[in-house]
Unconditional design. Structure first.
Length: 290
């Protein structure tokens, strides 16, 4: 485990907690956490030599999604909350889950399974060129596709799509030693950043510029900080923090905790709960829960 990547993972988890809090300041930067998680998930999935990640992904993503969907469904019923994202389309309701923040789990499952098959069945040069053209195009027309009124979770999926492309291009950059291929990728990323900077779209421009900047760490051969067992251990709590942070946020909100203290305390308390849970729950079961 690279401690520099794991440190950004921790900061990304904190960013997600911040984004879901009632603090408006810094939300665009906070959402960078999700962009970083998607880029790294795609990058490391492609780097893996495992032939079939489906079983592992089901255990690590779909089963926790089902479990926590049930937990949030029961909690929301108990407190009398009606899901605001409910639609007449049961398929979209299932993908949205009872607590919309869980949309990421089904999304990243679909994405990682898809890109593994893409890697197996299509020439890398083709996907490299296609994604290199598609990425800046998405950012150039960002204002247009963000204006579409789509059923949840499709807006989240569409917003996350560029991160998938970036993760794939970063993987191609690492495995392709051809200078032309690397130049195409770098040009695509640079043009994308220029389009983002010019458009200054709230919730997209700064989010992706910062997300891309941090993700460049993936391309470095050596970590920029020494290996830290403390950072690596804390990083293992981030998935659980993502799953449960909505609960401490709601409790602290009820206790009239506001401002920067709200996401900070929610993050710390979530980490503490997950740490204790990992001590109690047998290792064999943890991958299905936390």
């Amino acid at each position: 485990m690279r401690s520099d990547i794991e440190l950004i993972r921790i900061l990304s988890a904190f960013g997600i907690v911040w984004f879901h809090s009632s603090v408006f300041f810094g939300k665009s930067i906070a959402y960078t956490g999700l962009v970083f998680f998607i880029i790294t998930a795609v990058f490391y999935t492609l780097r893996s030599n495992k032939e079939s990640p489906i079983k592992t992904k089901i255990e690590r993503l779909i089963l926790p999604c089902l479990l926590w969907s049930l937990i949030y469904f029961i909690l929301y019923r108990f407190i009398g909350k009606v899901p605001t994202q409910s639609t007449e389309n049961i398929f979209f309701d299932i993908l949205s889950t009872p607590s919309i923040h869980l949309w990421y789990l089904a999304f990243i499952f679909i994405v990682t399974v898809f890109i593994v098959n893409l890697k197996k069945h299509l020439p890398t040069n083709f996907t490299l060129l296609f994604f290199s053209l598609l990425l800046p195009t998405l950012f150039y027309f960002g204002a247009d596709w963000r204006a579409y009124e789509l059923t949840s979770p499709l807006p989240q999926y569409l917003h996350a799509l560029p991160a998938v492309l970036i993760g794939y291009l970063f993987y191609c950059f690492e495995v392709k030693k051809n200078n032309l291929a690397r130049l195409i990728i770098l040009t695509s990323i640079l043009v994308s950043i220029i389009f983002l900077y010019i458009s200054k779209l709230p919730g997209l421009s700064s989010t992706y510029i910062v997300g891309i900047s941090f993700s460049i760490l993936l391309l470095l051969n050596k970590p920029i900080i020494k290996t830290s067992p403390y950072i690596n251990s804390f990083s293992k709590l981030t998935f659980g923090i993502y799953l449960i942070h909505i609960i401490p946020l709601a409790i602290l909100n009820k206790a009239s905790i506001t401002g920067w203290l709200l996401p900070t305390l929610a993050f710390i308390s979530s980490a503490f709960v997950i740490y204790i849970a990992k001590l109690i729950i047998p290792n064999k079961l943890q991958k299905y829960i936390l």
